[in-house]
Write a protein that binds this ligand. Structure first.
Ligand code: ADP
Length: 465
């Protein structure tokens, strides 16, 4: 294996908030110079203060700033940044961005455009995965989109089914259909929503699993065809298909199931020529009938919000791996050298009001810090990945996630006790947050017993909100 090294020494981070700060931290540890970009709403933001240099992109709306490909490339050229880390969201899975960077001779810290394209369309991705022998939820992802054909396929799959926008993401353009009588109306509204959100109204149909767990596998590939998996995360605790608390490893996994899912995830990545950090999402049947059945859902071709729980249980820095792989290094270790140590949880702290249907909240953070004094907690047990500091203003322009509280313990119950203590030690005032909701979740008896599935929050709604 001959290495084609392409080192760089200045990295632009095309993102904001906690992930921009997170990437800056590792880049700096590796001796790289960092360039932040910002919109007018973020001129004073923490990621701007932390980077070595910062470049204004434009006004607050994302399409004129964090999504403005030409302005970002211009900023990289102006500051001599040879590489761009996209974070998650924004341009991280935009193949036009990756192609534009290739043309501009700037290194993209992420997979090739072809791999993003292969997974960007859910229908096409399912076809490729079936060819690679990755198990799929029974369903239809064909080209014939006539309502009659779709209804016929739904019948064949058997109700309830889930309609999903082929081009969808972020929980949008999805609907559960209980029976044939409800199918046409659901199809029409799903198509409208998908057309509006993604400019594309193609649908796929899946068997709706009534009680699935969301278990995803972190994979990593280098340019030389080496690939490993970093075990799994359980992200079943979701509200409206959005993750709230994640953990690693997934409770109740047997070594055989872990190995089978890891293998399938690596096969998925290699089938599309993947490079870098990726996540293969699976649904695990938690109905009790078949607790070893797992099905490919999608691959996210970027670093995930919840990557820190994997870092906590493996002792690896995934952003460091991303940067090294982007510089042309081979993976630093083999599958056999990776092992799980203990257990980790992540809770997402949002500026939102659970009492008002989780409406995003704004304001000035009068107090914001993790008060470990007297909590009995130490810094190796608790990590706060934050995009804000005390005194910062929280605007309504972007995703309301303020920070992520990540904990580690020798086992699940120790880690959960630590999560509860850490949530209590988080002192936040001035902006309404979901901290109380997170505390109710983390101390819920059923959560303690690891009775996890994607309807957990819905089931216990009355005691959680
Ligand atoms: P998105 O790309 O919009 O996030 P996904 O396909 O990843 O959409 O699905 C998001 C969530 O929806 C999953 O985590 C799961 O909770 C639920 N879900 C998706 N497909 C199914 C299915 N076939 N049966 C039951 N739940 C599903």
């Amino acid at each position: 294996m001959t290495l084609e090294r392409t080192p760089f020494d200045t990295l632009l981070i095309a993102n904001r908030g906690e992930i921009a700060c997170r990437v800056i931290r590792t880049a700096r540890r590796l001796g790289l110079k960092t360039v932040a970009v910002y919109s007018d709403a973020d001129a004073q933001a923490l990621h701007v203060r932390q980077a070595d240099q910062a470049v204004r992109l434009g006004p607050a709306p994302a399409r004129e700033s964090y999504l403005a490909i030409e302005r970002i490339i211009e900023a990289a050229k102006r500051t001599g940044a040879e590489a761009i880390h996209p974070g998650y969201g924004f341009l991280s899975e935009n193949r036009h961005f990756v192609t534009a960077l290739e043309q501009a001779g700037i290194c993209f810290v992420g997979p090739p455009a072809s791999a993003i394209a292969a997974m960007g369309d859910k229908s096409a991705a399912k076809g490729r995965m079936a060819d690679a022998g990755v198990p799929l939820v029974p369903g239809y992802h064909g080209d014939d989109q006539s309502p009659a054909r779709l209804a016929e396929e739904a019948e064949k799959i058997g109700y309830p089914v889930m309609l999903k926008a082929s081009a969808g993401g972020g929980g949008k353009g999805m609907r559960v259909v209980e029976n044939a009588a409800a199918f046409q109306a659901a199809l029409e509204s799903c198509r409208r929503e998908s057309q509006a959100a993604f400019g594309d109204d193609r649908m796929l149909i899946e068997k709706y699993l009534v009680q699935p767990r969301h278990v995803e596998v972190q994979v990593f590939c280098d340019r030389y065809g080496n690939a490993v998996y970093f075990f799994e995360r359980d992200c079943s605790v979701q509200r409206r298909h959005q993750k709230v608390i994640e953990e690693a490893p997934a409770p109740g996994m047997t070594p055989a199931l872990r190995h089978a899912m890891g293998d399938a995830a690596v096969r998925a990545a290699l089938a599309i020529g993947y490079v870098g950090a990726g996540t293969v999402e699976f649904l695990l049947d938690a109905s009790g009938e078949r607790d070893d059945a797992f099905y490919f859902m999608e691959m996210n071709t970027r670093l995930q919000v919840e990557h820190p729980v994997t870092e906590m249980i493996t002792g690896q820095d995934l952003v460091e791996w991303q940067l090294r792989v982007a510089m042309g290094e081979a993976l630093p270790c083999t599958q056999d050298e990776l092992a799980i140590q203990g257990h980790s949880f992540e809770a997402r702290l949002y500026a939102e009001d659970p009492a008002q249907d989780f409406l995003p909240a704004t304001g000035t953070l009068e107090r914001f810090h993790l008060d470990l004094d007297g909590s009995g907690l130490t810094l190796d047990q608790v990590r706060l990945d934050s995009g804000v500091e005390q005194g910062d203003r929280v605007s309504m322009h972007y995703d309301p996630m303020l920070a992520k509280l990540i904990v580690h313990g020798v086992d699940r119950s120790a880690a959960l006790a630590t999560l509860n203590r850490a949530l209590a030690a988080l002192d936040v005032a001035g902006v309404v947050t979901n901290r109380g909701f997170l505390q109710k979740l983390a101390s819920h008896p059923a959560f303690k017993r690891a009775e996890l599935d994607t309807r957990f929050i819905e089931r216990y709604e009355t005691t959680l909100f």
